[in-house]
Design a protein around this ligand. Sequence first.
Ligand code: PGA
Length: 247
Amino acid sequence: MKKYIVGNWKMNHNLSNIEDFFSSLKIEGAQCETWVAPQAIHVPHLIERAKGTNLKIGVQNICEHEKGAFTGEISVTSALDIGATFCLVGHSERRSLYNEDDDLLNKKVHTALNSGMKVIFCVGEQLIERQNGMTNKVLKNQILEGLEGIKPNSFQDGQLLIAYEPVWAIGTGEVATPEQAQQAHAHIRAVLAVELRLETKEIPLLYGGSVKPANAEGLLSQKDIDGALVGGASLKGDDFTKLTNII
Ligand code: PGA
């Protein structure tokens, strides 16, 4: 299985910060996939800027429809057309701030996979859910609802990835322990295999939530963790580089 370091820049960086990122990025010899999702308005610029590097560029969100009268949305086919290779679907900020529910997310996953866009489908429990012992149940529901109707033969190796991002660890500095993350990843693999009958060795599982060079080693060495989805620490080229050396 390939390994992945994926940056989610959220709504950060201007053109000058992007130059700073590239000036300290050193990923020529990286043994893993290196992906970044900048804010949508910077995607064409990043694709140009990343030419000649190993960096692949994606979008943080897509519309569930391919095209039409959907003001302000991002078409997956247009994103592919300009050279974006992957999209995030179901990030917790989309779920909580923009009310994206499981049904909508399921449509987005289908639209992306049908178009040939790689999808990182994000799941994760809230703090209160973990405290109430509901983590496994929440993850199972998000996966069953979000991936409903996805057939084992409807995607190729590495086209569908899942990111486990406990909501309480996103942007908080509080990271899941390697044991907590491994336990959740093993559960996700079991749900994919048993409930959806998907070939889990073809579905990379990424951990996300306050990953940085100082805490990445323990997480990335876990058996069921194939990479990281990184917010804050992916904004700096040297931290991004360090993560690719750790994995
Ligand atoms: P963080 O964000 O690394 O800043 O916690 C992760 C994410 O939201 O994907």
